[in-house]
Design a protein around this ligand. Structure first.
Ligand SMILES: C[S@@+](CC[C@H](N)C(=O)[O-])C[C@H]1O[C@@H](n2cnc3c(N)ncnc32)[C@H](O)[C@@H]1O
Length: 264
C-alpha cells in the first residue's frame, strides 16, 4: 500500500521542537491570510497535528465552531492539552465528510499524506456551501536534496523492497494540476508557491527537521537497526548538501504550494 499517513508514529514534540514549531506554523499563517471569509459557522482543520494550525483558526474566528481532525492519537492527545474550545476528532481524511454549515476547510501540511488528489480535492470542494473556502498548503519540496537523498538511500539493495512506494510525496501533483482541476468547478481558484529560506541551527538540523515528517515512513517500514543504518547514510549526504556556515547557520530552502478555492 502507498503511504497515506496512517500508521506513521507521529511525535508531536519532535515535530514542534525548538525553532521548527514556528517555521512549520508560518505557512499556516500565510495561508490563513488568504482565506477571505469573515464569519464561518464551522471551520475544520484537516490533519490538525498538535493543534498549532487549529489555534490560528480559533483566534481568527471566535464565533465559529472550530474542529481539528487527525488520524494520529499521539498528535490529538497533544492538541487536546489546552482547553480552548476546539473539538478534536480522531478520523481519517480519506473517509471524512464535512458537517452541514462547514464554511472553511483548512489543511496545512497534511494532504500530501493522502492519496488520489483528483478525487479528494473534488470531493472536498463540492461538499462545501456557497461562499465557503477550501484552503490547502502542501510541501512541494520533493525535488530538493532533503527528499531526493531519502529516495537515493532507499534505492540501495538492502532497503529497496521494504521502502518501494512508501515514501511521502508520491501523491503531490503540479500547481497547474490543482489549478486545472479546481477551475473546472464552480468557484474561484488561486494557486501559488513560496520558497522559505529557513535558517536552522544545531547539529544536523535538516535531519532533525525531516525526522519529524518525511523520515517517518522510513522508520515505520524498517527494523530499528536498519533504520539506524539508513539514518547514518542519509546524515552523511545531508551534511554535503546543506553545509553549516562558520556562524553555525544551516540554510534549508523549503518550497511550499498554496491553494484556495472559494465556492460560487
Ligand atoms: C505535518 S502534520 C501537520 C500538522 C499541522 N496541520 C500543521 O500545520 O503543522 C500532518 C498531520 O496530518 C495527519 N494525517 C496524515 N494523513 C492523514 C489522514 N489520512 N487522515 C487524517 N490525518 C492525517 C498526521 O497524523 C499529522 O498529524
Amino acid at each position: 500500500m502507498m503511504n497515506s499517513g496512517g500508521g506513521n508514529q507521529w511525535n508531536p514534540d519532535q515535530y514542534m521542537k525548538g525553532a521548527m514549531g514556528d517555521l512549520r506554523t508560518r505557512p499556516a499563517v500565510d495561508l490563513l491570510n488568504r482565506v477571505m471569509h469573515d464569519a464561518p459557522r464551522r471551520a475544520v482543520d484537516l490533519g490538525c497535528g498538535p493543534g498549532n494550525s487549529t489555534r490560528l483558526l480559533r483566534a481568527r474566528w471566535p464565533g465559529a465552531t472550530v474542529s481539528g481532525v487527525d488520524n494520529s492519537p499521539a498528535m490529538l492527545e497533544k492538541a487536546a492539552d489546552l482547553d480552548d474550545a476546539i473539538n478534536w476528532h480522531l478520523s481519517d481524511i480519506r473517509d471524512w465528510q464535512p458537517e452541514p454549515e462547514t464554511d472553511v476547510i483548512f489543511a496545512n501540511a497534511s494532504l500530501h499524506w493522502v492519496p488520489d488528489h483528483a478525487a479528494l480535492f473534488t470531493r472536498l470542494a463540492l461538499a462545501l456551501p456557497s461562499g465557503s473556502v477550501l484552503a490547502v498548503q502542501m510541501p512541494n519540496n520533493f525535488a530538493a536534496p532533503s527528499h531526493t537523498l531519502i529516495a537515493e538511500v532507499a534505492e540501495r539493495p538492502e532497503f529497496r523492497a521494504k521502502l518501494a512506494g512508501k515514501l511521502v510525496g508520491d501523491f503531490v501533483q503540479s500547481p497547474a494540476f490543482y489549478h486545472g482541476l479546481l477551475r473546472a468547478l464552480p468557484g474561484a481558484v488561486d494557486v501559488w508557491e513560496t520558497e522559505y529560506l529557513q535558517s536552522l541551527t544545531g547539529a544536523d538540523p535538516v535531519l532533525e527537521w525531516v525526522r519529524g515528517t518525511a523520515l517517518l515512513p522510513v522508520q515505520q517500514n524498517l527494523a530499528p537497526a536498519d533504520f539506524a543504518a539508513f539514518t547514518e547514510m542519509y546524515r552523511a549526504r545531508l551534511r554535503q548538501a546543506y553545509p553549516t556556515g562558520a556562524d553555525g547557520v544551516t540554510l534549508f530552502p523549503f518550497r511550499r504550494m498554496f491553494i484556495t478555492f472559494t465556492v460560487d
